[in-house]
Write a protein that binds this ligand. Structure first.
Ligand code: DAH
Length: 331
């Protein structure tokens, strides 16, 4: 009997078959279990020896069942692993990684530069209202920048922001000075020609502190450092200009990186390239946000312009055509 049972156990090919064998042999009505029922029929003198024999047989069978179970479980695990296996050495269909657009690349560079100087990075809504985009920035009701030609208007004096300067206003209305922030993002103007697109990107900056702590000298310093770090061995010049929200105001030029200031088509034979607008924050702006006894400077730059200069991209339109031959150069 025992040999036959061992054969059945040994011959089980699956855990299910093994369980059937267990039930058949030592289950409640199993063959070995039935033997125990015969115990009562034996004379007392033989009972003990018979019971001992049955118990040791049951122990042997149980051990055999357990050993076989471990073996079959092990085999099943191996088979499952084989069935589910993933070949991590296979090449992916998507092995060509994408890349950031040169505009985003440039924006990230600018953000990183100023973040490393402890400027906070702030974002504002693309759809603005008249107050934040114009009024609070000292752009009076009849200022030409409000002209229908330049601004995309919605109903109720809402509009697509024409610059990132409204984030200055939003920040000052929410927080008290000292403030040291930049704000990158898209801006919109009704403009389309060789050098203008209806959507482009700016990075705004604003620094405000107690009266006389921040001056035009600080502005000159930080921008000169930034431009020389970015473009290398160039000259920087601050040219007197006008913005309603700064007084005094300056446009900032760098010596032409294409012709080394000798004069070429890109710099219109002036030897200079205009790269940003800047100035000392006008008191009327502080008044609009309820700030007193403070001083500050601000500047705003066009990201496309920077990207074109940094990567020597000759035509603004290339930025928006999605031509892979351009984009692949930025991998
Ligand atoms: N907002 C101006 C523009 O879109 C750029 C600018 C000029 C921003 C001077 C400033 C600034 O913060 O001080 O043309």
């Amino acid at each position: 009997m025992m040999d036959m049972w061992f054969d059945i156990i040994e011959g089980s090919k699956t855990l299910l078959e093994l369980d059937d064998a267990r039930i058949k042999i030592i289950g409640k009505n199993g063959e070995l279990s039935k033997e125990f029922a015969n115990l009562g029929k034996l004379p007392n003198a033989e009972k003990k020896a018979f019971a001992t024999k049955l118990n040791s047989q049951k122990a042997e069978i149980t051990t055999a069942l357990n050993n076989k179970k471990i073996l079959l479980e092990d085999e099943k695990l191996k088979q499952d692993l084989l069935d589910d296996s993933i070949d991590v050495t296979l090449f992916s269909k998507y092995k060509q990684a994408g890349s950031l657009h040169p505009i985003m690349e440039t924006m990230d560079y600018i953000i990183e530069y100023f973040a490393s100087l402890n400027f906070d990075v702030k974002y504002g809504p693309l759809a603005e209202d008249d107050f934040h985009n114009f009024e609070a920035l000292n752009l009076s009701k009849h200022h030409p920048a409000r002209d229908m030609q330049d601004t995309f208007y919605f109903k109720d004096s809402h509009l697509l922001r024409t610059h990132t300067s409204p984030v200055q206003i939003r920040t000052m209305l929410k927080e008290s000075f000292p403030i040291k922030m930049i704000s990158p993002g898209a801006v919109f103007r009704r403009d389309l020609d060789l050098t203008h697109t209806p959507m482009f990107h700016q990075v705004e900056a604003l620094v405000v502190d107690k009266k006389d702590v921040v001056s035009f000298a600080n502005l000159k310093d930080i921008l000169t450092d930034f431009l020389k770090y970015t473009f290398g061995d160039i000259d920087v010049r601050f040219r007197s200009s006008f913005f309603p929200f700064t007084e005094p105001s300056a446009e900032v030029d760098i010596s032409c990186i294409f012709c080394e200031a000798k004069g070429c088509r890109v710099c219109s034979h002036t030897g200079w390239l205009e790269v940003l607008g800047s100035g000392v924050v006008d008191d009327s702006v502080f008044k609009a946000v309820g700030y007193t006894d403070c001083s500050g400077y601000a500047f705003g730059l066009g990201v496309e312009r920077f990207a074109m200069l940094l990567y020597k991209i000759p035509d603004l339109r290339l930025m928006y055509e999605g031509d892979l031959r351009l984009l692949r150069q930025f991998r």
